[in-house]
Design a protein around this ligand. Structure first.
Ligand SMILES: CC(=O)SCCNC(=O)CCNC(=O)[C@H](O)C(C)(C)COP(=O)(O)OP(=O)(O)OC[C@H]1O[C@@H](n2cnc3c(N)ncnc32)[C@H](O)[C@@H]1OP(=O)(O)O
Length: 212
């Protein structure tokens, strides 16, 4: 039986655990940066402290890790710290074209669809019933939320979050570390670090989140 360790024990982690359970993958350890407040609805196993305050003592070697942290910045930060191997988790009901690529550390949830020639980076979240059509490029640490629909030839930059139910028309390029609001309809290219809302999508702020 394949074995895996999970870093993160909140709600997002619970969804990942269900995917792993259905895929017959055993969770051997769970870590969280705040184990005292983390919840773990699937068993009573101990949640161990994280690495961020004590990088040296984290057991980097061992079973591969999935970073089960929904916040894109935090997931990216943890990925830089860990020297472990990473795994992906793909729900059995997800439909992924044979020639689509999905990077390590990435999770694909129930009912998601990834069409031909699409490349999904590392540590990405493709959330429940998200639809990613042909020839997309989804950058590392991005999050495509539930029921978001990306048409053909869309690019989503590193760390960008496409909100629940957002729609992106064909050939649009969304920059890195952008936030696309819930239900937004994106009809123009979006520059790096922009927050966009509404239909048609309009930029309400631009700011590098690492410098705020
Ligand atoms: C399983 C899961 O849970 S996956 C998680 C998925 N999560 C999401 O999809 C959440 C997406 N987040 C949003 O849509 C948020 O509203 C954000 C990030 C776009 C904006 O958040 P904030 O920066 O806090 O903006 P704030 O709430 O102050 O709103 C600013 C303005 O934008 C408007 N606005 C905010 N979000 C939206 C939206 N989705 N659509 C239309 N207008 C919006 C507000 O009404 C407000 O307008 P006003 O200035 O005229 O009053």
């Amino acid at each position: 039986m394949k074995r895996i360790r999970i870093y993160g024990a909140g709600g997002h982690s619970q969804v990942i655990r269900k995917v792993l359970e259905l895929s017959n993958i055993l969770v051997t350890d769970t870590f969280d940066d705040k184990p005292e407040t983390a919840h773990n609805a699937y068993d009573n196993s101990t949640i161990e402290g994280g690495v961020r305050n004590d990088m040296d003592s984290f057991p980097h070697d061992g079973d591969p890790v999935i970073i089960a942290v929904g916040n894109n910045f935090q997931r990216a930060e943890i990925a830089q710290f860990l020297k472990s191997d990473f795994e992906k988790a793909i729900h059995p009901s997800a439909i992924i074209a044979e020639n689509a690529e999905v990077g390590v550390g990435t999770v694909v949830f129930a009912g998601a669809i990834i069409q031909p020639n699409t490349k999904v980076g590392e540590h990405v979240i493709i959330n429940t019933a998200a639809s990613i059509d042909h020839d997309n490029i989804i950058g590392d640490y991005a999050h495509i939320s539930p029921k978001a629909a990306l048409c053909g030839h869309v690019e989503v930059g590193e760390g960008s979050h496409v909100g629940v139910g957002a729609v992106v028309i064909p050939k649009i390029k969304i920059g890195k570390w952008c936030t696309i609001g819930a239900g937004t309809v994106v009809i123009r290219d979006i520059p790096d670090y922009a927050t966009v809302v509404g239909n048609p999508g309009r930029i309400i702020k631009i700011g590098n989140p690492f410098h705020l």
